[in-house]
Design a protein around this ligand. Structure first.
Ligand SMILES: Cc1cc2nc3c(=O)[nH]c(=O)nc-3n(C[C@H](O)[C@H](O)[C@H](O)COP(=O)(O)O)c2cc1C
Length: 352
């Protein structure tokens, strides 16, 4: 019996299968961070997933580091997202919103005029970001003052409230890929000397505060978190990632999170083996999986559900293709972030 196709409970939800669609930025929102109508079509096409996790969505204008990415802080955004969640639900799917505050991964031209990106410490990330004028160095961030941190946590609280209003089934905290929560977690980007920096206990505080705020609003059965230990994306580095992530996951005990989503990218450390036994809720494993490797993780008890990114992007009916052993469409990187339907809603499904 293939486990991929079996149902599973994740927090408050009953998933029809164990194939989760990974959060993927697709840059099909307008300048005000409002998802365009085509976004509803895209997600509805993929409602065969046990659960869809939306593209990274900013909880505030200053947290929106990328061009044409969506937000969840204005009424107009909520109205547009409601069309998306309705379309997914009509097709029998479930969808979480991924709350993504990019922190120092930003550029002045991408956030409100006159503001500076915020981060735990005033340390610029090495690298460049796509702007309206082409590739530019990441902006130099300013360090958040201690008194400002509750306000940032409030942004996650507010995003959760608006996500539920927009009909999402839950929310995922994006604590991966070098964005604001991971900037706090990691010793390289967090050199604070207050209660949010220094020891692992202090560096993990921001992530835990954000989760607690989200749980206050949505209830623990509708909140998940994504981490990506040792991905080192966006110039984020930690001196002792095993200690950091085992500590963080140990602190989740008692929070009753719906799920922990761990994406791994070629690290030799067996994080699934290390973290899964420490976590009580559903464990979602992702990063470079194939049908075979995903099924093996489920069979070996290393994950409760599995997450597919680019395969879902290119195959709206991925679960069906796995079931019947059909060949897969190949993802076209050139249209990952380009405007319009091409490479977005025009990947073919199998003929009925
Ligand atoms: C086009 C694209 C956009 C992505 N955007 C996000 C994002 O917004 N948030 C996030 O957590 N991960 C993002 N990712 C990473 C995926 O969620 C996933 O972890 C990664 O693609 C590995 O899974 P895969 O090998 O099955 O594609 C993105 C990946 C791709 C391909």
């Amino acid at each position: 019996m293939k486990k991929l196709f079996t149902s599973i409970r994740v927090g408050d939800l009953a998933l029809k299968n164990r194939m989760v669609m990974a959060p993927m930025t697709r840059s099909r929102a307008d300048g005000a961070g409002v998802p365009e109508d085509i976004v509803a079509t895209y997600y509805a096409q993929r409602a065969g997933a046990g659960l869809i996790i939306s593209e990274g969505t900013a909880p505030s204008a200053i947290g929106k580091g990328y061009l044409n990415t969506p937000g969840i802080y204005s009424d107009e955004q909520v109205r547009a997202w409601k069309k998306v969640t309705d379309a997914v639900h009509e097709q029998g799917g479930l969808i979480f919103l991924q709350a993504m505050h990019t922190g120092r991964i930003a550029h002045e031209s991408l956030i409100p005029a006159g503001q500076q990106p915020v981060a735990p410490s005033a340390i610029r990330a090495n690298g460049q970001i796509f702007t309206a004028d082409g590739m530019k160095d990441f902006a130099a961030p300013r360090a958040l003052a201690l008194e400002e941190i509750p306000g940032v946590i409030d942004e996650y609280r507010n995003a959760t409230r608006l996500a539920l209003q927009a009909g999402f089934d839950g929310v995922e905290l994006h604590a991966a890929s070098g964005y604001l929560p991971e900037q706090f977690l990691s010793s390289g980007s967090n050199q604070r000397t207050d209660v949010y920096g220094g020891s692992v206990q202090n560096r993990a505080r921001f992530v835990l505060d954000a989760l607690k705020a989200m749980i206050e609003v949505a209830g623990s059965g509708r909140v998940g978190m994504k981490i990506s230990p040792e991905m080192n994306f966006n110039d984020v580095h930690d001196d002792n990632p095993r200690e950091t992530y085992t500590y963080l996951v140990d602190q989740l005990k008692g929070l009753n999170l719906a799920y922990l989503h761990v994406a791994l990218f070629g690290t030799p450390t067996d994080y699934h083996g290390m973290l899964r036994p420490r976590f009580e809720g559903a464990y979602l494993a992702g990063g470079g999986l194939t049908q075979e490797s995903a099924e093996a993780l489920l069979q070996e008890g290393k994950a409760d559900a599995v997450v597919f990114g680019s395969a879902f992007l290119a195959n709206p009916d991925l679960p069906k293709r796995f079931l019947v052993g059909a060949p897969l469409n190949v993802p076209d990187k050139a249209t990952f972030y380009s405007p319009g339907a091409k490479g977005y809603t025009d990947y073919p499904s199998l003929a009925r």
